[in-house]
Ligand binder design. Structure first.
Ligand code: NIG
Ligand code: FE
Length: 437
């Protein structure tokens, strides 16, 4: 199998991809995020072509029809043309849950876990999220920006074109705002799309031990208003679980977010099984992890447009036997997305293809379902469904080209990168160039 001819990195006004063996458009006429059998509808088109202009997709169809287009015939010389050599092209992955604003890996926690300690035991002994805080508080904004930028580039190398990035390792007003500023600076240096989330309520920082309510006030009365005023975040997230924040804390934080015009999402059901109705009342864009969902909540969740974002990289890295119950959720009609949860404690991977592999091998999702969950449903989880997650004219030119002739290979191969290149908002990005930075 010959590789697709690799174009150089450029910022094209006009870009034409031809000779695509399998184009996964993910197009659908049905409203709402994909549920149940709809997850298998990947809109496969063979021998396809895509024309992008000014960062947008302008047409999608058969290669022979694209080449007959009168506009293209007249302007062919101005267009950057890529022969995809019958390879697979799909919408760039939408990684709708990541925590890239951290300084160091947590290697001591890693070894403790190998010796048998659990995530919660490590946190109780002074490791976990709190042990990432000091370095972030001390870091300069530019050092933090470097870390976030590097992660974004690693994600793009593996086919991701849209990333949600959370703060959450600063846990003071200054350090959370600095983290969001670093995320914004990294976004400006990356051609993809970044959605920022304030996760001031990740855990109660040590200096507020025994005073959780005061810390919640700090989040509600200082962090949220400032992040909203300075347009540093589109969403507010809360880690709602044992050892972090209660459902009542979360409701208070969600109310503050709503007052300031920010969307909400939560880490929930990772360790325990709280009732979801009080949170769904706030119409969260997504509820993430969802390892322990109570069956009673399934109908309510299925009736909502809240996406259940599953992050099996965390289950894998924490060495758990149990993975998110994807089949139960899908069969109940819940809209599911897949994301990396890139972070130093539970999921240090930037790779969406690896997450797809886990979803297939450990959660019994089919490759088609996993791809829908990682593209169009990821876009829904960020409320970007009108511009991201599918290949349709009018949407942003976000594409991932894989060294594969059958889309199932993307989830089949693991621990190897088969992404040939990505197009991010119309800009070509090739692996290799990033790692040289
Ligand atoms: O999504 N669960 C809470 N937050 C992260 C872990 C963060 C960390 O351990 O640093 C998660 O798994
Ligand atoms: Fe997370």
């Amino acid at each position: 199998m010959s590789s697709p001819r690799k174009p150089r990195r450029q910022n094209p006004l006009a870009l034409l991809l031809i000779n695509i063996g399998q184009l996964l458009t993910l197009r659908s006429d049905k409203p709402g995020p994909r549920r149940g059998p709809e997850l298998s509808e990947i809109g496969l088109l063979e021998d396809a072509a895509i024309l992008c202009l000014g960062g947008k997709i302008v047409s999608v169809g058969k290669t022979k029809d694209a080449l007959r287009d009168p506009w293209l015939k007249k302007n062919r010389k101005k267009v950057i043309e890529i022969d995809c050599a019958r390879h697979v092209v799909l919408p760039g992955f939408v990684d709708s849950h990541t925590h890239p604003a951290f300084m160091n890996p947590r290697l001591v926690d890693f070894e403790k876990r190998i010796s048998g300690a659990t995530y919660e035991e490590i946190a109780a002994a002074g490791g976990g999220i709190r042990s990432s805080v000091e370095a972030v508080r001390k870091a300069g904004k530019s050092a933090l920006t470097e870390k976030v930028t590097r992660a974004l580039h690693q994600m793009a190398e593996q086919g991701t074109t849209t990333v949600e990035a959370k703060s959450g390792y600063g846990l003071t007003f200054e350090a959370e705002l600095k983290s969001l500023e670093a995320i914004r600076s990294a976004a400006a240096r990356w051609p993809g799309t970044l959605v920022a989330t304030l996760l001031g309520a990740h855990v109660v920082p040590s200096e507020f031990t025994g005073r959780a309510a005061e810390y919640v006030n700090e989040v509600c009365d200082k962090m949220i208003p400032a992040a909203a005023k300075r347009k540093l975040a589109q969403f507010v997230d809360v880690f709602t679980d044992r050892g972090a924040f209660t459902s009542a804390d979360t409701e208070k934080i969600f109310q503050a977010a709503a007052r300031h015009g920010l969307g909400v999402r939560a880490h929930v059901c990772q360790l325990t099984e709280p009732p979801l109705a009080p949170l769904l009342h706030f119409d969260p864009a997504s509820l993430d992890h969802m390892d322990h969902v109570n069956d009673r909540d399934l109908p309510l969740l299925a009736r909502s447009n809240t996406v259940a974002t599953l992050v099996p990289g965390a289950n894998y890295f924490l060495g758990l036997d149990r993975f998110p119950p994807a089949r139960k959720l899908i069969d109940a009609g819940v809209a599911v997305a897949l994301a990396t949860d890139y972070n130093p404690g539970s999921s240090p991977t930037p790779s969406m293809p690896f997450v797809l592999s886990l979803a297939c091998t450990h959660m019994k999702m089919t490759p088609a379902e996993a791809i829908s969950a990682a593209t169009i449903n990821g876009a829904w989880a960020l409320r970007l469904q009108d511009s991201k997650g599918s290949i349709e004219s009018g949407k942003d030119a976000d594409l991932a080209v894989f060294n594969a002739i059958d889309y199932r290979e993307i989830a089949y191969y693991f621990a190897t990168n088969h992404c040939a290149f990505t197009v991010l908002n119309g800009t070509l990005n090739l692996p290799g160039e990033w790692s040289a930075e």
